[in-house]
Design a protein around this ligand. Structure first.
Ligand SMILES: O=C(O)C(=O)C[C@H](O)[C@H](O)COP(=O)(O)O
Length: 214
C-alpha cells in the first residue's frame, strides 16, 4: 500500500490497536482478534519479543485485510528492522529525527509521540502527516483543541489512556484517530481473545458513530 493509502486507511478506520504482547504468540493472537473484530490498523510494539517476526507473520496472513505497523520504535535501526519485516507505518513514543528521515526514505508514514508545540512542529517539518500525542492521558483533550487554534491543519492521534468512554471527547476536540492499547487487549490476561474481538468491534463502531455526528 502507498504511504497515502496507509494514512487514509488509518484515519478512515480511526482507531489503531496498540499491541504489546508478553510473547510473540500472545501478540499475534491479540492482533488476529482485533482484525476479526474489524479493527484492522495494527501497531505491533517492539517491547514484544521477536516483534519483527510477528509483523512478518501478520503481513503474510493479513496483508489484504489489515494495515500492519510497528510501535515503540525508539531509534532508526529498529525502524529499519520493522520496515524490512513489512511494517507499513512506524510509531514512536517520542519524536526522533533519524527515524523520521529513515521513514521518509522508504515512504513509510512516521507517527512520533509529541508533547509540545515545538515537537509537533519539528515532526511536521520532517514529514509526519499524523503526529501522536503521547501520553494522551497526561495532556488531555483540551490540549488538542488549543493546538488546533493556531495550527488547524495538524492531524493528531492521542495514545495512552484512551478508552471507549473518553474517545468521543478526543474526537470532538479534533483528533483524526486514536491509539488504544491496554483498554482493548486486557482480556488477553485470561486468554479471552473473543472479548478482544468484541472490544475491537465496539471501538470501530464508536468511531463511526462519533464521526457521523460531527
Ligand atoms: O510505545 C509506543 O510507541 C506507543 O504507542 C505507546 C502506546 O501508545 C501506549 O503504550 C498505549 O497506551 P494504553 O492505551 O494506555 O495502553
Amino acid at each position: 500500500m502507498t504511504k497515502k493509502k496507509v494514512l487514509e486507511h488509518i484515519t478512515s478506520v480511526g482507531v489503531v490497536a496498540v499491541i504489546r504482547g508478553n510473547t510473540a504468540e500472545e501478540a499475534y493472537l491479540m492482533s488476529k482478534a482485533c482484525i476479526e473484530g474489524g479493527l484492522d490498523n495494527i501497531e505491533l510494539t517492539f517491547t514484544t519479543p521477536d516483534a519483527d517476526q510477528v509483523i512478518r507473520r501478520l503481513r503474510d496472513e493479513f496483508k489484504d485485510r489489515a494495515v500492519i505497523g510497528a510501535g515503540t520504535v525508539l531509534e532508526s535501526l529498529t525502524a529499519r528492522i520493522a520496515i524490512l519485516a513489512g511494517a507499513e507505518f512506524v510509531v514512536s513514543p517520542s519524536f526522533e529525527e533519524e527515524t523520521a528521515k529513515l521513514c521518509n526514505l522508504y515512504a513509510i508514514p512516521y507517527m512520533p509521540g509529541c508533547m509540545t508545540l515545538n515537537e509537533i512542529k519539528e515532526a511536521m517539518k520532517l514529514g509526519s502527516d499524523v503526529v501522536k500525542l503521547f501520553p494522551g492521558s497526561a495532556m488531555g483533550a483540551d490540549f488538542v483543541k488549543a493546538v488546533r487554534g493556531p495550527m488547524p491543519h495538524v492531524q493528531i492521534m492521542p495514545t495512552g489512556g484512551v478508552d471507549l468512554d473518553n474517545m468521543e471527547t478526543w474526537l470532538r476536540n479534533g483528533c483524526v484517530a486514536v491509539g488504544i492499547g491496554g483498554n482493548l487487549t486486557a482480556p488477553a490476561k485470561e486468554g479471552r481473545y473473543d472479548l478482544i474481538t468484541e472490544n475491537a468491534a465496539r471501538y470501530v463502531a464508536k468511531y463511526k458513530e462519533v464521526r457521523a455526528a460531527l
